[in-house]
Design a protein around this ligand. Structure first.
Ligand SMILES: [Zn+2]
Ligand SMILES: [Zn+2]
Length: 80
């Protein structure tokens, strides 16, 4: 599962939705498993993950992360 990849079909840079860091191959980050939007990323730092935990997650098929928008949509919580 290769989560860190540049999207060739968009001019937009993948960025962490929290800190705005540009997601390159050197940045550990998760992309939203729902919308896979170029802006729906969160870096490991903002996720509070260590590099080890991140690697572990990459090897776990069941690991999912959803961006704010999708999380709101899937949980049915009303946006504040
Ligand atoms: Zn971040
Ligand atoms: Zn999303």
């Amino acid at each position: 599962m290769d989560k860190v990849k540049a999207s060739p079909h968009t001019d937009k840079l993948a960025k962490c939705e929290e800190c705005g860091i540009v997601i390159t191959g050197d940045v550990a980050a998760l992309q939203c498993d729902c919308c896979e939007n170029s802006e729906a990323w969160k870096c490991a730092k903002c996720l509070g993950m260590s590099a080890d935990l991140y690697q572990e997650l990459m090897n776990t098929e069941t690991s999912k992360w959803f961006c704010r928008e999708c999380h709101t949509r899937t949980t049915g919580a009303s946006p504040d």
